[in-house]
Write a protein that binds this ligand. Structure first.
Ligand SMILES: NC(=O)c1ccc[n+]([C@@H]2O[C@H](COP(=O)([O-])OP(=O)(O)OC[C@H]3O[C@@H](n4cnc5c(N)ncnc54)[C@H](O)[C@@H]3O)[C@@H](O)[C@H]2O)c1
Ligand SMILES: O=C(O)[C@H](O)[C@@H](O)[C@H](O)[C@H](O)COP(=O)(O)O
Length: 295
């Protein structure tokens, strides 16, 4: 099988390598000519056998949207566009409708595994028609981890379902990371009792209830920088956590832990908290309680 891949960054470049290693031919396009196989999107489309499969792996939002809009007039009936980026699931309905009049199919794939996917394989959550899923199964098999297919791949439902599943996956990811991080701070705060913080997490890697890949990665990070001296406590987010909470609100589903973890990231970006200034001021107003003055 031969597919096109647009976006050869941290994800796409490794995915190309894993696909090629597993027998899938890939023509890649990236705006960065150093990594691109062809000069334009049109060249990429021209290089592919019909029916064409083009996997888009660029930053979610405007860039993904512009790439799919650029592809639309170049493709033909029977071709397939796959969005493998972390797009909001509502974008999928829009893109599917954009391509449908030309008879071009659309599929959304939530991809997990980050920069480790080349080695470990990628967890895949797919939204789209059963016919197209079957047609591109060799691509999914090449990307997913070795082992039983249903432990690294799922056809979740129709268009949108793959990215919906990835959104929830990432909401869970936020909350799990936050729980490990809060545990880290508590252990680190009582170094008078806990003589080996890294060693404690390391020991949890086998046998315990809380062992996981995120725990393994935390141990790896602690071994590189035991006190996190070289990293600021400033955490970005690319949208998935917000969308998870948005969905929860729209459907009256309680997600207190996931919500707390996204708000913790917002707090991490504040030098000082306007809200806590207001709380301190109010305590002072009603009870005469002392405030800490700005130097
Ligand atoms: N990094 C991760 O851990 C991870 C994991 C799963 C999914 N994702 C998702 O995968 C997508 C790609 O992520 P990444 O980490 O590889 O990003 P990246 O920033 O490392 O790479 C993006 C690539 O897209 C290229 N690009 C930008 N605009 C383009 C355009 N108009 N046409 C062609 N190429 C263009 C860039 O030059 C770059 O090489 C994103 O949607 C991201 O959310 C990332
Ligand atoms: O499953 C994965 O491989 C990760 O979830 C991956 O998709 C990525 O690292 C997120 O984009 C980070 O998301 P935030 O920027 O929102 O933390």
């Amino acid at each position: 099988m031969h597919i096109g891949l647009i976006g050869l960054g941290r994800m796409g470049n490794n995915m190309r390598a894993r696909l090629e290693k597993n027998g899938i031919d890939v023509t890649g396009y990236d705006t960065n000519p150093d990594v691109s196989d062809v000069a334009t999107v049109a060249d990429l489309v021209a290089a592919l056998p019909a029916p064409r499969t083009v996997w888009v792996m660029v930053p979610a939002g405007e860039i993904t949207d512009s790439v799919i809009r650029e592809l639309e007039p170049l493709l033909e009936k029977g071709d397939l566009v796959i969005d493998g980026g972390n797009s909001k699931f509502t974008e999928d309905f829009k893109h599917s409708e954009l391509l449908a009049p030309r008879g071009v199919d659309f599929m959304d794939v939530g991809v997990s595994g980050g920069i480790w996917g080349l080695e470990n394989g990628y967890g895949l959550m797919v939204g789209g028609s059963a016919d197209q899923v079957e047609r591109v199964m060799p691509v999914f098999d090449a990307l997913r981890p070795e082992g039983p297919r249903d432990e690294g791949f799922v056809h979740v439902g129709e268009v949108g379902a793959g990215h919906y599943a990835k959104m929830v996956h990432n909401g869970i990811e936020y909350a799990l990371m936050q729980a490990y991080a809060e545990g880290y701070e508590l252990l680190d705060t009582r170094k008078d009792i806990i003589k080996d913080v890294t060693g404690t997490f390391k020991a949890w890697q086998r046998g315990t209830v809380v062992r996981s890949w995120l725990l393994d990665l935390l141990v790896r990070a602690l071994e590189q920088d035991p006190e996190f001296e070289h990293i600021e406590g400033y955490v970005q987010d690319s949208g998935e956590g917000r969308w998870t909470v948005e969905e929860a609100l729209n459907n009256a589903v309680p997600v207190p832990t996931i919500s707390a973890s996204i708000f913790a990231r917002f707090v991490s970006r504040q030098e000082d908290s306007p809200a806590m200034k207001a709380v301190a001021a109010l305590r002072n107003q009603f009870g005469g309680h002392a405030v800490k003055a700005v130097d």
